[in-house]
Design a protein around this ligand. Structure first.
Ligand SMILES: Nc1ncnc2c1ncn2[C@@H]1O[C@H](COP(=O)(O)OP(=O)(O)O)[C@@H](O)[C@H]1O
Length: 498
């Protein structure tokens, strides 16, 4: 009996020890998995570092590219800076103008009524439709046929007061949100598709001709002549209300910038010199790249698997289409290393590209609840990662912060590059000129952390004295209105001028 009791006691003690060892082992494994997760985070953070010195190198590289782009015709696609006449007489126009935005998440049509000198914009309305995914990768005919049909619906709903007098065609500004060599000569070709579009037979085609053909088929009596780039549109729209607007930046699904340049500084411009002596330069900065950009293995993988590898590198680090996707890729890496740590049975839910969208990342990043409730919900609803610990949620929040901070600070470096090119990056004796930067796009508008980081970083880079002369304005829907305005400024109905 005694022996048995002793034996039982021994067995009991051994079992306790084994369980204790298992727990310790489990804890060690857990803590070493946690350690690996943290190591991935730290390594990513290190590679994404954008210290001021690096940003200045990026800004310098941007300025060098700008000089090269203004000097050379064609060449590297990132150097295709297109000059356009600045539109000083915008304010004088009168009448109803249409604009059409193509190349963003949604395709948009606008109707704008201008009141002539001092009248401003009397009325504006728009309709939006999403482009069916099949048309984004289909044929040029199918895409333009769809656009013309939607445009015809919008025009058909026009109130009587907007009807054109007999014999006068409606006028349309075509506003492209994808890289093109848009000009005012009633033509322009798409240079390359971005942001999920890929329609091979449209590259190099005259898009105005394509749209005009599709409109004729729909018996839509409308004349397209101004083909306007989105950022140039934002600059024009911004300038309509504030004379000091010198730079425009779009941060939406994609990204681009435009600025005002002196004609003498554009060696490749051989056309007529506008009275103002200035032109708008469309930078297509989404295609900027430099060895100074802090690229990681996640960026390289994203790029390799994209529809446009090796193109739009700056855009792939800084725009709404890609930020959430970068985050998903880092999270997948964490999960691959430490599946159990994320309490996941499979990685399947993380495997779909673009499943984690930037608005979701932004919602997580802005989560201020003590238990990071929003982060927990997003992880569960989108990635099927349930019951996450607070530690895990904090890790995800840190990753959001790293991805957004890098993007926003690189944008700030890009703007610094533009200001350098304009000679506005150093304080002037007797006070610096006021520089208004017109900003537009869903990322800028809704991702507050991103916006604040961009604005503060630029001001830090410029220094206190100069920072006060820099003003950011949100040019809401400025680009579409700008397209209509540009259309107006190139109206063939000159008698409409007030
Ligand atoms: N709440 C948000 N937080 C962060 N980014 C957002 C948010 N809402 C929209 N965005 C980003 O803005 C993009 C839309 O930008 P927008 O300027 O409206 O249109 P587009 O650039 O597609 O023409 C979306 O693709 C998304 O990436």
């Amino acid at each position: 009996m005694k022996k048995v009791t002793v034996g039982a006691a021994v067995v009991g003690a051994a079992a306790v020890c084994a369980v204790a060892a298992l727990i310790v082992n489990h804890r060690m494994r857990k803590s070493s998995k946690w350690g690996r997760a943290m190591a991935i985070l730290r390594e990513f953070e290190e590679k994404c570092k954008t210290q001021d010195a690096k940003l200045k190198q990026v800004a310098d590289a941007m300025t060098v590219e700008m000089h090269a782009g203004l000097a050379s015709e064609g060449g590297q696609s990132s150097r295709c800076l297109s000059p356009m006449s600045i539109i000083s007489q915008l304010v004088m126009k009168l009448g109803v103008f249409y604009a059409l935005d193509l190349g963003g998440t949604n395709f948009r049509v606008l109707r704008v009524q201008l009141g002539g000198k001092d009248g401003g914009i009397i009325h504006q309305e728009f309709a939006e439709a999403s482009i069916p995914p099949s048309l984004m990768v289909g044929t040029s005919d199918a895409l333009f046929d769809y656009i013309a049909a939607e445009l015809a619906k919008f025009v058909a709903a026009e109130e009587e007061k907007f009807h054109q007098p007999p014999g006068k065609q409606r006028e349309l500004g075509f506003h492209l949100l994808i890289p093109s060599n848009a000009d005012f000569n009633n033509s322009g070709t798409i240079m390359r598709w971005t942001k999920g579009f890929s329609i091979d037979d449209a590259v190099g085609q005259d898009v105005v001709g394509e749209l005009t053909k599709a409109m004729k088929e729909k018996v839509l009596d409308m004349r397209v002549s101004a083909l306007v780039n989105d950022t140039v549109g934002t600059l024009a729209g911004g300038k309509y209300t504030q004379k000091d607007v010198a730079v425009a930046v779009i941060l939406g699904t994609g990204t681009n910038a435009a600025y005002v340049e002196r004609v003498q500084a554009i060696p490749k411009w051989h056309g007529p010199v506008p009275k103002s002596g200035e032109m708008v330069i469309n930078m297509e900065w989404g295609n900027f790249r430099s060895s100074h950009l802090p690229l990681t293995e996640y960026d390289h993988a994203l790029d390799n698997e994209s529809l446009n590898p090796a193109e739009q590198i700056f855009e792939k680090m800084t725009s709404g289409m890609y930020l959430g996707e970068i985050l998903r890729r880092v999270l997948t890496r964490v999960a691959e290393e430490v599946l159990a740590f994320l309490a996941m049975r499979s990685l399947q839910s993380l495997k779909d590209s673009f499943v984690l969208r930037t608005p979701d990342m932004s919602a997580m990043h802005h989560d201020t609840s003590p238990d990071l409730k929003v982060v927990g919900e997003k992880l569960k609803d989108i990635l099927e990662i349930s019951n996450t610990s607070l530690k895990t949620r904090k890790l995800v929040l840190s990753l959001c912060n790293i991805v957004a901070t890098r993007g926003a600070r690189l944008d700030a470096a890009g703007v610094l590059g533009i200001l350098k090119k304009m000679g506005r990056d150093t304080p002037k004796q007797g006070g610096s000129e006021r520089t208004v930067i017109a900003m537009d796009g869903g990322l800028y508008e809704h991702y507050t952390e991103y916006r604040m980081c961009l604005e503060n970083s630029l001001k830090d880079l410029l220094g206190e004295e100069l920072a006060t002369s820099i003003v950011f304005v949100h040019s809401n829907d400025g680009s579409g209105i700008g397209a209509a305005l540009l259309r107006a400024s190139h109206s063939m109905y000159l008698e409409d001028q007030a």
